[in-house]
Design a protein around this ligand. Structure first.
Ligand code: KIV
Ligand code: NA
Length: 265
């Protein structure tokens, strides 16, 4: 299949074809999602929660994400692979941001990078884009600033809608090829989507955006406990695996496994 390029995102928006994205942190899920035709795979710093077991994304490092990104990039034949820039690897300025982006492109063969922040990240985005590296922006609720934002709170409500629009225009102006809108009211996401030339990718931003992104462990029911309101669980992998493990253990305990068909003469 022909690889997805950033131009595909632009064409999709113009033609009204929805864009789909999932997070992926390993070769097997990357293969499955790629073969199913998902347009882009995000090696999210949500790996902090879903792979490394941290409570937030804040501790995640570039060194931790690079091997995961490399595995995902090797697995795909079509999907665009986006590497998430961790907290503390771009905030001080454009040079630091470019350095981090180059590491993901060079050491992990990512196809693009993502970083959080609108107006505050415009210089970083612009420097990375100038080096020939596509940038996906991320505004609205930005998990790396959860302490500054005061928790997992919907962004862009009421008067804050103007700030969200300013952030969206800033990242477009800086050269981002797409922008993730996380946890914003549907009506505000719709306004931003109409105003921008670049596609908007919603995560809890309602239906009137150009694409949808989900964290794979959420959408597949792999995560234990509560999932956000915006998640639809398309499978229940956690209970499927739990059942399989119980069955295996019970068979070993009873001697039902292995049978003669699993054994060598
Ligand atoms: O890390 C991640 O999974 C993300 C998406 C939720 C947008 O940044
Ligand atoms: Na992220």
């Amino acid at each position: 299949p022909k690889r997805v390029r950033t131009r595909h995102f632009q064409n999709a928006k113009q033609q009204g074809i929805p864009i789909t994205g999932l997070t992926s942190y390993d070769m097997l899920t990357a293969q499955i999602f790629d073969q199913a035709g998902i347009d882009f795979l995000l090696v999210g710093d949500s790996a902090g929660n879903n792979v490394f077991g941290y409570e937030t994304t804040l501790p995640v490092t570039v060194d931790e994400l690079i091997p995961l990104t490399r595995a995902v990039a090797r697995a795909v034949t079509r999907a665009l692979v986006v590497a998430d820039m961790p907290f503390g690897t771009y905030e001080t300025g454009p040079s630091e941001a470019l350095h981090t982006a180059v590491r993901f492109m060079k050491e992990a063969q990512a196809h693009a990078v993502k970083l959080e922040g609108g107006v505050r990240s415009r210089k970083q985005i612009s420097r990375i884009v100038s080096a020939g590296i596509p940038v996906m922006a991320h505004i609205g609720f930005t998990p790396q600033s959860e302490h500054g934002l005061g928790g997992h709170i919907i962004q862009g409500r009421g008067a804050a809608a103007d700030q969200l629009m300013a952030d969206a225009l800033a990242v477009q102006e800086a050269g981002a090829f797409a922008v993730v809108l996380e946890m914003v009211p549907s009506a505000v996401a719709a306004l931003v989507t109409e105003k921008l030339d670049i596609p908007t990718i919603g995560v809890g931003a309602g239906p009137d955006v150009d694409g949808q992104l989900m964290v794979w462990t959420d959408f597949a029911g792999m995560t234990g406990g509560r999932v956000p309101r915006f998640v639809r669980q398309y499978a229940n992998m956690r209970s499927a695996l739990t059942d399989a493990v119980h069955a295996f253990k019970a068979d070993v305990d009873s001697g039902a496994y292995p049978g003669p068909e699993h054994s060598y003469e």
